[in-house]
Design a protein around this ligand. Structure first.
Ligand SMILES: Nc1ncnc2c1ncn2[C@@H]1O[C@H](COP(=O)(O)OP(=O)(O)O)[C@@H](O)[C@H]1O
Ligand SMILES: [Mg+2]
Length: 324
């Protein structure tokens, strides 16, 4: 993963430069006809460049793709032979993914996909723009290897039993699961990005960050006053367990963003309900990670008391904000 990461960093900075370059060029040439020609050449070149993209020439896809092409230009470069992140494009935007984006664009949840902000284990995350502001678009990889690992979280969750486990289905179930988990946590008033839409392997949610960069992760910041943050995160785990009846399952400073001076928890696809056979094991692991973070930040807290708090904390003041 290490070398992949630095590739990705390089790619991101190259992409940013290229995008600026493309933007300048765009400003120089506003001639409509020129753009139309370029777009036609682009569609034509898809066929030549790689037969894998031949489907885009098919009439209905061609029409569809032309419609969303403008919205995708931020992640594609502008001209036919300038796919700045062609490798990213290949890995992420297969036919079904483009169709999902099309759906989400048609329904107004996404207007444009602007630039990549992160590459996680299972997904690429993009900055997008929706009708009412910036959105985060998490596009899950659909390659086989990664998802074997995810099956353990789905098997044993009674909400997702009895489904055919074709690979693509597993990805789609996973993404819907993340969407539902986000909704459930948000309904209990917990600090998570609000889910805005989902289609197949694409999840859209509130964007956390500035117009140019996402907020940092908790692991990347030094919190001046860690005690209230520890208490807030302990309460997060307690409400998630006692009230929402769930456990996050991958609660770490990598999956907590530091946004507007407070923690916001992300990456809840693997969260499971209490009846899952491993829910208690996951809970102990989550609390352990929090205590480790607190200790590193200089707080004198222990696992046993933290566990007790999560299980027994008085939460009678916490109420669901809306029925599920
Ligand atoms: N809502 C969001 N707003 C801004 N950035 C986000 C958002 N969600 C995720 N990210 C960025 O994408 C990265 C990967 O997201 P995550 O959900 O943790 O995916 P993975 O399952 O691949 O780890 C995060 O570390 C964060 O930098
Ligand atoms: Mg993550």
């Amino acid at each position: 993963m290490g070398s992949n990461h630095s590739d990705w960093d390089e790619e991101l900075s190259r992409n940013t430069k290229q995008r600026r370059h493309n933007k300048n060029r765009r400003d120089l040439s506003k001639d409509e006809k020129y753009h139309q020609k370029e777009s036609e050449q682009f569609i034509k070149s898809l066929d030549k460049a790689d037969s894998k993209y031949g489907w885009m020439k098919e009439k209905r896809y061609n029409r569809m793709f032309k419609e969303i092409e403008g919205g995708l230009s931020g992640v594609m470069g502008d001209g036919p032979f300038e796919w700045v992140d062609r490798r990213v494009f290949d890995a992420v935007f297969d036919r079904l993914t483009l169709m999902s984006l099309y759906k989400l664009m048609k329904s107004g949840i996404i207007d444009t996909l602007d630039f990549p902000i992160a590459r996680g284990k299972e997904a690429h995350v993009f900055h997008g723009t929706g009708l009412s502001g910036p959105v985060a678009v998490k596009i899950f990889h659909t390659s086989n290897a990664v998802f074997k690992n995810l099956l353990q979280y789905i098997e044993g969750d009674p909400r997702f039993g009895g489904l055919k486990r074709r690979h693509r289905d597993v990805v789609d179930i996973w993404v819907r699961k993340e969407f539902r988990n986000l909704s459930r946590l948000a309904k209990w008033g917990l600090a998570v990005p609000k889910p805005l839409g989902v289609h197949k392997n694409v999840l859209v949610m509130d964007y956390l960050g500035t117009p140019s960069a996402p907020s940092p992760r908790l692991r990347d910041v030094k919190v001046a006053d860690p005690e209230p943050v520890y208490i807030e995160l302990l309460e997060f785990l307690a409400i998630t367990w006692q009230k929402a009846g769930m456990v996050h399952g991958d609660f770490s400073p990598y999956n907590i963003m530091w946004h507007d001076g407070g923690p916001v928890v992300i990456d809840v696809g693997q969260a499971v309900v209490q009846s899952h056979p491993k829910s208690q094991e996951f809970l102990v692991r989550d609390v352990t990670r929090l205590v480790e973070w607190a200790n590193k930040a200089g707080l004198d807290v222990e696992l046993a008391e933290a566990m007790f708090e999560v299980l027994e904390m008085d939460l009678s003041h916490v109420e669901i904000q809306e029925e599920e």
